[in-house]
Design a protein around this ligand. Structure first.
Ligand code: PEP
Ligand code: CO
Length: 467
């Protein structure tokens, strides 16, 4: 792949920054390692291991995100809430890639725009928690913080933060990345073909006619391309999928932050596209300090309590050059709050001329508990937040440029509703997430269809603005 020209622009290293300068700031959500020596050993090892991605892939993504911010592409970011080490297996990885690829084809077809495909995978192993400790039957232990930190079993051994997991996480990410690259390079192209689409569920959906028509038309397009190209369509480029994860465990991120030949500055080479979670995005915190110094594009989760002033300060720290591809604001307000919380943020960004990519995460503001103790989300609330997001951006003279979803290629029953109208009883059947509930294969594809439908529908207020 050719190296993007933008790489040479804006050569200015951030002031007084080093990969370890975050250590001078308050770092929330970090595990307590009892054995500092073991932690140091793990970090020394990580520093010498090869990176997972390259600087030119990162710069290419940054360029594509700039185009998304300018309205020329749409970002699809999706995957598990948390990967776990046990699911680093061929079917899991292939199914996750399949659902993301098929969703992206639905979006390409419907939106008539190139899609930037980003997985929450190959490193999404660390989780922020609302409480440091968890109590069950009178016993209190540290919370599970993701496989990069500790284990989910409720025992003292499993819940102890183990630094060897940092090295294990790097290896599992590398294995995932290796298989993803191999699938993209090789036999994965078949998934363009309609016969690989699971269509059973559409019988239950009011979108059935539309969906079958779309799959047929994608099939026609693939056959047409193969006919004129004279070869099977196996040419999805190598980094047509990018990786992302929450940059939470700053020791881990620091150890994979490197300089590379013929480029200025520093890159986090553990992923293309790190994001800062809502709980660690406060101005003045260690996560902002770390992220401001790397050249990767950065996402930041923005919750309903963020004020316009806070948001502008955060943008100043992370994107002082006002570069369009640098910063993605991933709002996650909840269907009930987005109408109130989002417009003032869009207005602040717009009226101050800040260039950002706006993306909607309709999952994390819509989590609820069931009486039987499951964490779930209603398909209708997820859909409603996304719909509202499109409308609010349009009404504010802005554009929603992406969607960030928690999903899996498996047939799980974690979110309620969707075409098969999953109920609370269904949650018992296949609830597998150790953290947040994910859309299953069918629900994810249905959501992609609904995004297309929404984008095609006339936007409220359009006529007025068009006059
Ligand atoms: C997540 O993306 O899994 C997450 C924890 O999100 P947020 O930081 O928005 O709560
Ligand atoms: Co989550």
């Amino acid at each position: 792949m050719s190296r993007p020209e933008r790489a040479l622009t804006a050569i200015r290293e951030p002031e007084a920054w080093a990969p370890a300068s975050w250590q001078q700031y308050e770092a929330l959500q970090q595990p307590v390692y009892e054995n500092r020596v073991a932690l140091d050993e793990a970090l020394v090892q990580l520093r010498t291991l090869p990176p997972l991605v390259t600087s030119w892939e990162i710069l290419q993504l940054r360029q594509e995100l700039a185009e998304a911010a300018e309205g020329k592409r749409f970002l699809l970011q999706g995957g598990d809430c948390a990967e776990n080490f046990a699911d680093c297996s061929s079917p899991h990885i292939a199914n996750r890639l399949k659902v993301l690829l098929q969703m992206s084809l639905v979006l390409v077809h419907g939106l008539k725009q190139p899609i930037v495909r980003v997985g929450r995978f190959a490193g999404q192993y660390a989780k922020p928690r609302s409480a440091d400790l968890e109590t069950r039957d009178g016993i209190t232990l540290p919370s599970y913080r993701g496989d990069l930190v500790n284990g989910p079993d409720f025992t003292p051994e499993s819940r102890r933060a183990d630094p060897r997991r940092l090295v294990e996480g790097h290896s599992r990410s590398a294995l995932t990345m290796n298989f993803v690259r191999a699938l993209i390079d090789g036999g994965f192209a078949d998934l363009h073909h309609p016969e690989y689409w699971d269509l059973d569920w559409v019988k239950h959906s009011p979108l059935e006619g539309e969906y079958r028509e779309m799959v047929r038309s994608i099939g026609d397009a693939v056959r047409f391309m193969e006919t004129i190209g004279g070869a099977p369509m196996g040419s999805l480029r190598r980094v047509d999928f990018y990786t992302s994860h929450e940059a939470l465990l700053l020791h881990y991120e620091e150890a994979l932050t490197r300089r590379v030949p013929r480029q200025w500055g520093w890159f986090n080479l553990s992923t293309h596209y790190p994001w800062i979670g809502m709980r660690t995005a406060a101005p003045g915190g260690a996560h902002l300090e770390y992220c401001r110094g790397i050249r990767n594009p950065i996402g930041v989760k923005v919750g309903p309590s963020v004020t316009p002033d806070q948001l502008l300060r955060l943008i100043d720290v992370l994107n002082p050059e006002n570069d369009a591809g640098r910063l993605t604001l991933i709002h996650r307000m909840g269907a009930a709050k987005i109408g109130e919380a989002l417009p003032r943020l869009i207005e602040a960004v717009r009226s101050n001329g800040r260039r950002v990519l706006w993306c909607c995460d309709p999952m994390h503001g819509n989590t609820e508990g069931t009486p039987s103790g499951y964490k779930t989300r209603r398909f209708e609330n997820i859909r409603s937040e996304l719909d509202q997001a499109f409308d609010i951006h349009a009404a504010c003279g802005s554009r929603l440029g992406g969607a960030h979803l928690e999903l899996t290629g498996e047939d799980v029953t974690e979110c309620l509703g969707g075409a098969r109208d999953l109920t609370e009883q269904d949650l018992n059947r296949a609830y597998r997430s150790t953290v947040d509930p994910r859309l299953n294969y069918e629900q994810a594809l249905e959501m992609a269809m609904l995004i297309v439908r929404k984008q095609r529908a006339p936007v409220a207020g359009e006529e007025v603005r068009g006059q």
